[in-house]
Design a protein around this ligand. Sequence first.
Ligand SMILES: [Zn+2]
Ligand SMILES: [Zn+2]
Length: 353
Amino acid sequence: MKHYLFGEEGSFRKANLHTHTTYSDGSLTPEEAKKEYQARGYDIVAFSDHELLMPHPELTDEHFLALTSTEYEFVDFEDPSPFPLKKVYHMVLIASRPDETFYPWATRSAFWGNALNYIQDYCQGEHSRYPDQRNVNAAVAQAKERGYLVTFCHPGWSLNRYPDYCDLSGFDFVEVFNSDSGGAGRYSDTSENAFDDFLYLGKEVAPTASDDSHAVSHIGHGATYVKTKDLSYDSVYEALKAKNTFASTGPKFIDLTFDPETCVLTVDSDPVEVISVVTNKRYFRGSGRMNTGSVLTHGEYDLSNFVNAVREHGLLDRSYFRVDLRTADGKMAWSRGYFLKEFYPEEAKSEES
Ligand SMILES: [Zn+2]
Ligand SMILES: [Zn+2]
């Protein structure tokens, strides 16, 4: 029986899961940001001002959902070198309920910018924000315990390479695109490296494409589509948690299905030039590629060689496929990684024993 890989119920809503306002270092008020996002077809915005857990329930209505969110930073405050030389870790947290008041790893000395005007009661304590993976993991564990969803942000801009993130744990999402925080010399941060590395290490993350908007010019470049039955906070949170999502800088998936018996993957999408089925092994890389000029909206891919090979060699547990789309003008969409153990749980379990 085929599986609907975005879930069976609901419809896609357009979300930006990383946004700054005048509460931290953004130039738009939350009301102005909402207006600009709605004008570009977004239904959901996570207001993730730096170091500040500031719910905006006043912005939520039947057509719009404001997610309660924050972005925090791990950086060596003692290091006298200029900021562009420092490795940092940034992560966005999305709360499980709109009126969340618990701020994990609250740290008064980490406040900066306009957020200083809004220091909350939760900021009594101090936790180390020294940028190493143990500290980050401890903070993420505290956030997860409270039900937060956690995104690993702009690895390029943060100067995070494989050794910097290979031991991280607990993350739900990785930004494959960030419209504002680019790496060295780049305007935007577009990188599949960290995303694929997390999957390669067996971490079940989904991709996001985020605006990280600080100004109106950053708005509308990235989106995360969430398949949800309605726009209530609970439904959207549950859909995010289930990772019934995809990331995009333009094209949209319509549906993805996989049949574990026939190993056939089907892809339906907006018109694109390339559909790529990516796996952790060599088979199928680029197999969806068509000649330039052709327009694809549907593809069927027989993954049985891949599935059978990893099955025979006891690698089901760690193996995955994912799909990406590319339009003629270079706009992308990325599905999450689908681990084969989701479809063959019994076999994957017996691999362990
Ligand atoms: Zn950031
Ligand atoms: Zn940011």
